[in-house]
Ligand binder design. Structure first.
Ligand code: NAD
Length: 264
């Protein structure tokens, strides 16, 4: 059997029980990487998902339920992965949540949860995983930011602040590890049709008394020049590219995958 490019590597993807994270996990597993899944959800369904992924791609798949709000659970998750696989070679910081509200009405606890899950957890995973990457002199860190890491939209103050923060963290880590064969980059997707966006579509339909089609075309895809959602599979391929030897000099970038949204 032909050796796949990531055979022998281990990838830990936060928030990989759904959406983009799950797509990233599938893509990395298909390239031969062992996978550490993480995220919320029904434990039986997640175990079934993990078994299926393992069988389909002939790789090991572990699940860790660490809550991205809890720094101790995050460092234990990385330690457990290292005990099992030696090192987390590829770290994908993907877990994220959204809440939409005018800034003056934004509930303080929602603001803090978005900052902690979407930004602060990235600091804790990187801090925990980097020493072993440095020891072996190879690693890939991929942070899921957003087009909202580059530009703002009204009513998304916490999300936009967190994602701008992710880009700052990405650049700083990239400089700190630049002399090793480790890279740290951010991907900035536009709208991707996932459960996170599905929830927002439902909310907007209710709030504006609009049809699903109207909400999709007049609210979501209005900013996206291609007038179509980015697909989860496209992002999986971008992650694979960032893990490939061809991308070894790509470090500290914020890569827009948003059909030209931020070109305007
Ligand atoms: P999703 O809701 O489908 O998945 C989010 C994942 O994060 C799930 O696995 C969930 O269980 C996990 N998660 C949430 N809170 C957690 C916590 N406290 N601890 C551990 N895991 C937790 O969302 P998605 O659309 O796939 O988004 C994934 C990432 O991509 C997010 O960071 C999001 O901001 C970013 N993003 C999404 C879009 C989009 O249009 N969907 C666009 C740009 C960026």
């Amino acid at each position: 059997m032909e050796t796949r490019p990531l055979t022998g590597r281990t990838a830990l993807i936060t928030g990989s029980t759904s959406g983009i994270g799950l797509g990233m996990a599938q893509a990395l597993a298909s390239a031969g990487a062992n996978i550490v899944l993480n995220g919320l959800g029904d434990i039986q369904e997640i175990q079934t998902l993990a078994r299926k992924m393992s069988d389909e791609h002939d790789v090991e798949v572990l699940y860790d339920s660490a809550n991205m709000l809890n720094p101790e659970e995050i460092s234990t998750m990385v330690k457990t992965a290292e005990e099992k696989f030696g090192v987390v070679d590829i770290l994908v910081n993907n877990a994220g949540i959204q809440y939409v509200s005018p800034v003056e009405d934004f509930p303080g606890d929602r603001w803090q949860a978005i900052i902690n899950i979407n930004l602060v957890s990235n600091f804790h995973t990187i801090k925990a995983a980097l020493p072993a990457m440095k020891k072996q002199n190879w690693g890939r860190i991929i942070n899921l930011a957003s087009a909202h890491g580059l530009v703002a939209s009204p009513y998304k103050s916490a999300y936009v602040a967190a994602k701008h923060g992710v880009l700052g963290l990405t650049k700083t880590v990239a400089l700190e590890i630049a002399e090793q064969q480790i890279t740290c980059n951010a991907i900035c997707p536009g709208y991707v049709r996932t459960p996170l966006v599905e929830g927002q579509i439902e909310e907007q339909m209710k709030a504006h008394n609009m049809s699903r089609e109207q909400v999709i075309n007049d609210i979501f895809l209005v900013a996206q020049p291609t007038k179509r959602f980015v697909e989860v599979e496209e992002l999986g391929q971008v992650a694979l590219f960032l893990c490939s030897p061809a991308a070894c000099s790509i470090n500290g970038i914020s890569l827009p995958v948003e059909g030209g949204w931020t070109a305007k």
